[in-house]
Design a protein. Structure first.
Length: 75
């Protein structure tokens, strides 16, 4: 199954930023910031989806919108 990944920037913003997320997950803010380049790990995606489904959906919808705009733009 190929799940759509959330937009890392949007997810981090919606859930309170790297410092807040890092403290909550007991990881460094730097590790959270790295998700901007590497994507949000699958195990963490599940956590966010369960913690607040509406915020997680918002991060997904941002990703879907960007993909649609890319296709529409012919890129």
């Amino acid at each position: 199954m190929n799940a759509i990944a959330p937009n890392p920037d949007r997810l981090i913003e919606l859930f309170g930023g790297p410092t807040h997320i890092g403290a909550e997950l007991e990881i460094s803010p730097q590790a959270v910031s790295m998700w901007r380049n590497t994507g949000v790990p699958n195990s963490r995606r599940k956590y966010f989806k369960l913690k607040d489904p509406s915020k997680y959906a918002a991060a997904l919808s941002n990703t879907a919108q960007a993909a649609t705009e890319t296709v529409a733009g012919g890129v």
